[in-house]
Design a protein around this ligand. Structure first.
Ligand code: PEP
Ligand code: MG
Length: 932
């Protein structure tokens, strides 16, 4: 076996092997090899980090020998010496794993500086200020990463010295002041570690590599991986990139910047980014100074601008993907320091997907695969109502689109706490740092007073799809007073603001918003998706409005219309209650007759909205008590009524107004207003003993209907069989609505769906009645009424008896909400509120089965049901209408087991269409890999 190798020079490493070299290392190798200007360097592999972690923090054997070898090669290439006081080689030591984790791990710059090399470097550069600036940056980074001293101790010293020399920004500090900063930093290191700052560059290098290795298991990185579900097979360990330092802060012919090969906000095909003259890379990303847009470089440094223009095309041609790169200009010479696939918002992602296909760089399937289905959620973000007459109180940089309303919170920890309590938060900071990441997760949006489009806040917010306004002009934040001043406005913590990350605007209070609209590029992509998808996407929609929205988003049918939602309308509920509480079938039928025209109209309207597409109508499902008042409410009403009659009686005996009521009586009433209102109700409705009797009768019936386990009780088909008048009425309404729609030239296609079925006999029982009612309606309307008759599969037994059930059902629809509950034998509400978080942290259940389909258990039941159902009825149509129907991973599974459609909420339809296409493309990819 070849000896383990831990280092690769940028000329040697395989740029495709991100797993081994990390994303940054792979990018540096590729750029070097395609002829872009990269400073010389080498990569220590992720394998070295993994071996280090697995051995409990020991450097793998031979690692440092290799590092020495590569450092010597670097000395030769650069003609400098590591630790050489005359001509020192300075390096950066940067982390970088297979997946980009922006700012989550550590980086040290200017390593190699010490008290001896500093004077040499000054002689060489003839720039004392620059060298001390580099030294103080190195001391801080090294102190933090190599020695574990918190940033704030360094920041405090730096601020003190700025104060002493009356400097507002760091560039106002001269060499002497910066040298003083360096001395103070070295004192701090000694004080905190008990040892002097290590002067030996080799010792510095060992400690820096050790610090970067450790950062993989640091809290920030671990939290980030957990949040974004980055598993070890996706990225394990960080590489360490050792690169010759180049300086963007060597004067006005030097600069540093971040670029995108296209605009990540709009997708427009232009060079895009920010730069800062006379600055180091971290200044741009940290948002410490507000950078200038890259287009200004065209006049500032035209040659370099031209070079960047060429370079962006080279990068795109090579990667066939939009790149996000970092560069430095040192004394008029351009260097590339990083490249990676550009993160962008959903609009830009869709636009660039379509454009890259048009430009012939990728094909339609590759264009689709660029778009993570869940990302399309951003199209579903709300925007500020364009008609709202509002004036922003501040304008900043439109750093991440979408609008958000929330309470201003100035601190990430508090934002996290309040966010977890359900508050809507706008995390508001001068600038953000990686350690604020938990605040981002909890916030609706991010607002900063400093920084540009490539500041930390902007990059992270865009990645998360959260609105962000950065560099809000004129906003002065005071963390101590917990307030921000903008002109005459003072915003205190807890005040509500609205931010518009698409326009960069900040408003006081909650501004009205409008629903989002899908872009033309997305429409095109979804057409490409539909062309290859096998699964159709249907919608769960209960109203004509929802149906229209579903259709607009491309639904090919309604997979679930929950009729109970119609029963809950204000004008229906009293009728529904009376129908449920009826004492006899005749009485129930009379109430059902009153509901019939309403349901008929409901169905007619939905058929009209879905003209020509199937509409799956589920007969009544929930337990009846959901429509009734609770026993507690009734008992309250009754006791109140009793008190009330007593009071009214007394009132009638008393002359004058309510104010003259005996104080004892007064106590019975909560307030004068309530009493006055109730008094007038009393007068108009003649509340009396009769009402009391009625309430008592309702209570009696509710007690009769009460069940021990209503969710497992008389609901769904069981209720349909015990109270047949309800299903009869619904069937009649469906068939009559179809007949009326057909008469009006609407192509109505009803699919009647029965809930909670566990045995074929139940279905047979309903089907017989359906056939009879269908025949009667056809006769009465003298028209052929097309329809299908099918069932939900949401009971474990139904999965096991699917073969028999398919003898009667023409279609199945998996109700994975109930099926998951039944398979796990615990309910969503109790699980999520009580033990699921513990199961999650204990590693017992990684996912919430009500959000992520449990493929191993529930999925297995589904697979069995599909197989056995189709054995009986080969053309059995099978869909899914539980929440999982809109969830990309579940959609992939549904594709694999041969479902015909997934049905999800109208807003998730674009996501589901994209996921359905991904399922096909991934399947093809697997087939190709297998064939190889
Ligand atoms: C289901 O159980 O998955 C389903 C769609 O029905 P409901 O959520 O209405 O119980
Ligand atoms: Mg259900």
């Amino acid at each position: 076996m070849a000896p383990e190798r831990y280092c690769y020079a940028f000329e040697e490493g395989d740029g495709k092997n991100k797993h081994l070299l990390g994303g940054k290392g792979a990018g540096l190798c590729t750029m070097t090899q395609i002829g872009l200007p990269v400073p010389p360097g080498f990569v220590i592999t992720t394998k070295a980090n993994v071996d280090y972690l697995e051995s409990g923090g020991q450097f793998p054997e031979g690692l440092m020998d290799e590092v020495h070898e590569y450092m010597e090669a670097l000395e030769k290439k650069t003609d400098k010496g590591f630790g050489n006081p005359e001509n020192p080689l300075l390096i950066s030591v940067r982390s970088g794993s297979a997946l980009s984790m922006p700012g989550m791990m550590d980086t040290i710059l200017n390593l190699g500086l010490n008290d001896e090399t500093v004077p040499g470097f000054i002689k060489l550069t003839q720039n004392e200020r620059f060298v001390y600036d580099a030294y103080r940056r190195f001391l801080q980074l090294f102190g933090k990463i190599g020695l574990g001293i918190q940033d704030e101790h360094f920041d405090k010293i730096f601020e003190e010295i700025k104060g002493k020399y009356h400097a507002h920004v760091d560039t106002e500090l001269n060499a002497k002041a910066l040298a003083e900063v360096c001395d103070r930093f070295k004192e701090l290191i000694k004080q905190k570690t008990g040892k002097p700052f290590p002067q030996d560059p080799w010792a510095q290098l060992v400690m820096a590599v050790d610090g970067v290795f450790k950062s993989w298991t640091g809290k920030r990185a671990v939290d980030y991986r957990r949040q974004f579900n980055i598993t070890p097979d996706m990225a394990y360990g960080t590489a360490v990139n050792i690169c010759t330092m180049v300086f963007g802060n060597m004067g006005t012919d030097s600069a540093t910047g971040v670029g995108f090969t296209r605009d990540p906000g709009t997708g427009e095909n232009i060079l895009y980014g920010d730069y800062l003259v006379n600055a180091q890379g971290e200044d741009v990303v940290a948002g410490i100074r507000t950078p200038r847009p890259l287009r200004e470089l065209r006049t500032d440094m035209p040659e370099i601008y031209k070079q960047l223009e060429q370079l962006r095309h080279t990068l795109e041609q090579h990667y066939r993907e939009i790149q996000d790169f970092e560069f430095t200009i040192e004394r008029g010479k351009l260097y590339m320091l990083q490249t990676r696939n550009g993160k962008m918002n959903a609009w830009a992602l869709c636009k660039t997907s379509v454009d890259l296909v048009k430009e012939g760089l990728i094909n339609e399937e590759e264009a689709l695969l660029r778009i993570p289905p869940d990302f399309l959620e951003q199209f579903l973000h709300r925007r500020i109502d364009p008609d709202a007459k509002v004036e922003p109180i501040a304008v900043g940089i439109a750093a991440s689109p979408g609008a958000a309303v929330g309470k201003v919170v100035f601190d990430a920890d508090r934002a996290e706490r309040l966010g977890n309590e359900g508050e809507k938060i706008i995390l508001t900071r001068i600038e953000t740092k990686p350690e604020d990441i938990h605040g981002f997760f909890a916030a609706q949006g991010i607002l900063t007073s400093r920084g540009g489009k490539t500041s930390h806040a902007a990059v992270v917010a865009r990645g998360m799809g959260k609105p962000c306004v950065s560099g809000a002009e004129g906003m002065d934040i005071n963390y101590e007073l917990k307030e921000a001043r903008i002109g005459k406005h003072i915003i205190k913590e807890g005040d509500i603001v609205t931010i518009d990350g698409g326009a960069g605007a900040v408003y006081l209070g909650a501004v009205p918003m409008v629903d989002p609209k899908v872009s033309d590029d997305l429409v095109m992509l979804l057409q490409w998706a539909d062309k290859i998808s096998r699964l159709e996407v249907w919608a769960n929609a209960d109203t004509p409005e929802m149906a229209a929205k579903a259709r607009e988003h491309g639904a090919k049918g309604i997979g679930l219309c929950r009729t109970e939602r119609m029963f809950n309308e204000a004008d229906r509920l009293p009728l529904v209650r009376s129908m449920i509480l009826a004492n006899t079938p005749d009485e129930r039928k009379r109430w059902c007759d009153k509901l019939l025209p309403m349901q008929r109209q409901d169905f007619y309207d939905i058929f009209k909205a879905m003209d020509g597409l199937p509409v799956t109508i589920r007969l009544l499902d929930p337990p009846l008590h959901e429509f009734l008042p609770t026993i507690e409410e009734l008992l309250n009403d009754i006791s109140r009524l009793k008190e009330f009659s007593q009071v009214m009686y007394s009132l009638e005996q008393l002359p004058g107004t309510a104010m003259m009521i005996d104080p004892e009586l007064y106590k019975l009433m909560p307030s004068i207003e309530t009493m006055t209102r109730e008094f007038s109700e009393y007068k108009t409705k003649k509340l009396d003993q009769k009402l009391l009797k009625q309430k008592e009768e309702v209570l009696r019936r509710v007690r009769v209907l009460t069940e021990v386990n209503p969710m497992l009780g008389n609901r769904g088909i069981r209720c349909g069989i015990s109270f047949p008048e309800i299903y009869d009425m619904q069937l009649q309404a469906i068939f009559e609505a179809t007949a009326l729609a057909l008469r009006d030239k609407i192509d109505a296609r009803a699919e009647v769906m029965i809930p909670q079925v566990c045995t074929a006999k139940e279905l047979e029982w309903v089907k017989e009645r359906a056939v009879r009612i269908h025949g009667e309606v056809e006769k009465r309307y003298n028209v052929k009424i097309p329809h299908k008759f099918g069932t939900m599969i949401e009971v474990v037994r139904a999965c096991l008896r699917a073969g028999r059930i398919a003898e009667i059902a023409e279609f199945f629809s998996f109700g994975t909400n109930d099926l998951s509950q039944a398979t796990f034998s615990f309910s969503r509400e109790d699980a999520e509120n009580k033990f699921l978080p513990i199961y999650n942290t204990e590693g017992i259940l990684r996912d919430n089965p009500f959000e992520i389909l449990d493929v191993m258990g529930v999925g297995r039941l589904m697979e069995l049901a599909v197989k056995e159902g189709r054995q009986t009825r080969p053309n059995l149509k099978v869909g899914i209408c539980g929440e999982h129907g809109g969830q990309p991973q579940a959609i992939e599974f549904c594709h694999q087991v041969g479902l015909n459609y997934v049905s999800c909420s109208p807003m998730r339809i674009p996501i589901a269409r994209m996921a359905a296409a991904h399922a096909v493309i991934k399947e093809k990819g697997r087939a190709v890999t297998k064939a190889l």
